[in-house]
Design a protein around this ligand. Structure first.
Ligand SMILES: NC(=O)c1ccc[n+]([C@@H]2O[C@H](COP(=O)([O-])OP(=O)(O)OC[C@H]3O[C@@H](n4cnc5c(N)ncnc54)[C@H](O)[C@@H]3O)[C@@H](O)[C@H]2O)c1
Length: 247
């Protein structure tokens, strides 16, 4: 039997990058996937790739950081596949601004997408995980919250919040069968990174493995956390970063 056979997973931000790779990997491992994204075309393309590989998937277009849209996408997902067992809080935004040029509006949107979104999505699905006595919550944080990073104060603060949320909730849920972990990617070659001012290839040379991460590297760690093999792991920060930061 495949490791995630019979499971239902929601992957937020599944239209491209790390989210798409995670959706594809979880589908290969046997889960039915609900791909959540603002980007309808990308989400549909992820669904197509999953179906082409023989998996089951649906797309839900909406903001994964807005309560009404989350409720709507959650209802559509349950109607198609039943209760959700696995939630990957991956949708995120980034921004490169010196601290004094970060406006209150920029700060608020960053916090809404990167930390309030995971809070709201977790609230949406936790009751059915508790009822089942089994669940996996996997939050995608960032290595920048482990190392600090210049011109990213609002992003790094939001991702530090994701690590804190993971730890607090993991302890609160420790006896319930629901695990909560986070993966802080190092530099992963995705559209987000390619669209940023970061020189991906030059930066890769400063990483001990001398290559950027691949979205599949993050997906593999997430698949292990989601599987039965990851069942005794909770509250952890699983650093998938080519040796960039050692915990
Ligand atoms: N790429 C990296 O090197 C890196 C490093 C550290 C952390 N991360 C984190 O990993 C996650 C995925 O990053 P990526 O590089 O694949 O990014 P990406 O920009 O390539 O993909 C992110 C996806 O999330 C979607 N999204 C953004 N806001 C959304 C919202 N409010 N509702 C629904 N969907 C939304 C986007 O449309 C996009 O499809 C993010 O949380 C990011 O902060 C990435």
């Amino acid at each position: 039997m495949r490791p995630l056979e019979g499971k239902v997973a929601v992957v937020t931000g599944g239209a491209r990058g790390i989210g798409r790779a995670t959706a594809l990997r979880f589908a290969k491992d046997g889960a039915a996937i609900s791909v959540w994204d603002l980007n309808a075309e990308g989400a549909q393309e992820t669904v197509r790739l999953i179906e082409q590989a023989g998996g089951r998937a649906m797309a839900c277009v909406g903001d994964a950081a807005e309560a009404n849209q989350i409720a709507r996408s959650a209802a559509a997902t349950r109607k198609a596949y039943g209760p959700v067992n696995i939630l990957v809080n991956n949708a995120g935004m980034v921004g490169f601004y010196k601290f004094l040029s970060i406006t209150e509006e920029m700060w608020d949107r960053m916090m809404q997408v990167n930390i309030k979104g995971p809070f709201l999505c977790t609230k949406e699905f936790l009751p059915e995980m508790l009822e089942a006595g089994w669940g996996r919550i996997i939050n995608i944080s960032s290595s920048s919250a482990q190392t600090g990073a210049k011109s990213m104060a609002h992003y790094v603060a939001s991702k530090g919040g994701v690590i804190g949320l993971t730890r607090a909730l993991a302890i609160e849920l420790a006896t319930t069968g629901v695990t909560v972990n986070n993966i802080p990617p190092g530099f992963v070659d995705t559209p987000m990174l390619r669209e940023s001012p970061v020189d991906v290839d030059a930066f890769a040379q400063t990483t001990p493995m001398k290559r950027p991460g691949r979205p599949e590297d993050i997906a593999g760690a997430a698949a292990w956390l989601a599987s039965e093999d990851g069942g005794y792991v909770t509250g952890q920060t699983i650093s998938v970063n080519g040796g960039r930061f050692l915990t």
